[in-house]
Design a protein around this ligand. Structure first.
Ligand SMILES: Nc1nc2c(ncn2[C@@H]2O[C@H](COP(=O)(O)OP(=O)(O)OP(=O)(O)O)[C@@H](O)[C@H]2O)c(=O)[nH]1
Ligand SMILES: [K+]
Ligand SMILES: [Mg+2]
Length: 404
């Protein structure tokens, strides 16, 4: 039996299984089996990667992929927002490969990717579905482009969400708050810090059934929120990609103000019209926020800040603390870091003396104060002395164990 048939079979069995507290373990086992098969789909035997026409190199300060049904206006949007022209036309599947363009916004260069339209069944390889989804996985933000003028547009939204979920993408979610560690022995240690209401009569047994489906018999699981069995499968399966998704309803030039207003109120959404150039600036601003981007202006001692070439950080990728900024400037910076002086939104007073963990905010000014040469020598010397002391102790212990 092929993978697709096996998936079908399990889905049918899940439909047949009555959902109640007693069947939670059985369902968990089926869900785990399904997740394993689906992740096999993700790694095609043909070498993986983006596939021809899809392996576009990463560039700029972040990557955004446009996902949508055919002819919703993805290529029109790319041509409008970037210097790249991507062919747009009234027939479906105009675009057949991945086409990159650059968006310049707030001193940041964002790589925007136009992709072929996808349809129901994309996750199972329909059309160029698998290639498109692989690109989506590699991006920092998904723009789900929808045809706001189409009836049942929110059904389309759901279909696409399901396709992306199927292959392990998790949109606008945070990873389940579960501590999970594999062990060499000792069996399964299961604990929770709060009452679990969604894992059936015996949460521990439900979790163990999922684990045994993965042939995991020794591990530690500590659940810190009221998770579902799907969350547990996500934790154990492990290859989930948590990514932000912004829903872009295009073509609102074709609908009434009332309908437009309804769409604009959907969560994580924005309405635009590429043809009328409506709301495109707001789209860029929202993209920027969703990518968690910030600009940090650096400053040298005794000089004014450099406002021309900021360091760009992202809460979704690098993180946005002083350490991330220092590493961005140079690798060695961390070794010689003494403290930082920060001016701007993140401080209580200006300048504020900060350590590596301080969280920066957009348009902060940062000056890194390195250790003095003497301090550096001293700290290196200290490490050496400490190491010598440890070595000496270890040798002594070998010779004659210390009495305790
Ligand atoms: N009314 C209206 N039509 C639009 C708008 N944006 C794009 N279109 C039209 O929608 C059709 C499809 O546009 P494309 O940009 O080719 O759509 P696509 O999503 O790239 O399509 P595929 O590459 O085939 O998946 C074209 O006829 C566009 O002119 C808009 O804001 N309003
Ligand atoms: K088209
Ligand atoms: Mg196109």
């Amino acid at each position: 039996m092929g993978i697709l048939e096996r998936i079908k079979e399990i889905e049918q069995e899940m439909d047949k299984t009555q959902r109640n507290k007693a069947t939670e373990g059985h369902l968990g086992m089926l869900k785990a089996r399904l997740a394993k098969l689906r992740s096999e789909l993700l790694t095609p035997s043909s070498g993986g990667g983006g596939g021809q026409g899809f392996d576009v190199a990463r560039s700029g300060d972040g990557r955004v992929a446009m996902i949508g049904f055919p002819s919703v206006g993805k290529s029109s949007l790319l041509s409008e927002l970037t210097e790249t022209e991507s062919v747009a036309a009234g027939y479906e599947f105009t675009t057949l490969t991945c086409i990159p363009g650059n968006v310049y916004y707030n001193d940041t260069r964002i790589q925007l990717l136009d992709l072929p339209g996808i349809i129901e069944g994309a996750a199972y390889g329909k059309g160029r579905g698998r290639e498109v989804i692989a690109v989506a996985r590699s991006s920092d933000l998904i723009l789900m482009v929808l045809d706001g003028a189409k009836e049942g547009v929110n059904q389309h939204r759901q279909i696409l969400e399901r396709e992306l979920e199927t292959v392990g993408l998790r949109l606008n979610k945070t990873p389940p708050n579960v501590y999970y560690r594999l062990k060499k022995d000792g069996g399964v240690k299961f604990n929770s810090t709060i009452a679990l209401t969604k894992l059936g009569d015996d949460p521990g047994a439900t979790v163990k059934r999922v684990l045994s489906e993965y042939k995991i018999h020794n591990c530690e699981v500590l659940v810190r929120e009221d998770v579902t069995v799907d969350d547990i499968v996500d934790v154990v399966q492990g290859n989930r990609k948590y990514v932000k998704c912004l829903y872009v309803y295009n073509k609102v030039d074709m609908i009434s103000i009332e309908d437009m207003d309804k769409l604009a109120r959907e969560p994580n959404s924005i309405v635009v019209s590429v043809h009328m150039k409506l709301n495109l600036e707001a789209l860029l601003a929202k993209m920027w926020v969703y990518m968690g981007l910030i600009r940090i202006f650096t400053k040298r001692k005794g000089h004014p800040p450099d406002f021309t070439d900021p360091v760009i950080l992202s809460s979704e990728r690098s993180g946005t603390n002083v350490k991330a900024a220092a590493q961005h400037i140079s690798r060695e910076m961390i070794d010689v870091f003494n403290y930082a002086l920060v001016w701007g939104r993140s401080t209580k007073h200006d300048p504020m003396r900060c350590g590596l963990a301080h969280q920066l905010q957009d348009e902060d000014v940062l000056q890194i104060v390195p250790k003095t040469i003497t301090q550096q020598k001293r700290s290196k010397g200290y490490v050496k002395i400490a190491q010598n002391a440890k070595d000496a102790l270890a040798t002594r212990r070998k010779k004659k164990p210390l009495k305790t």
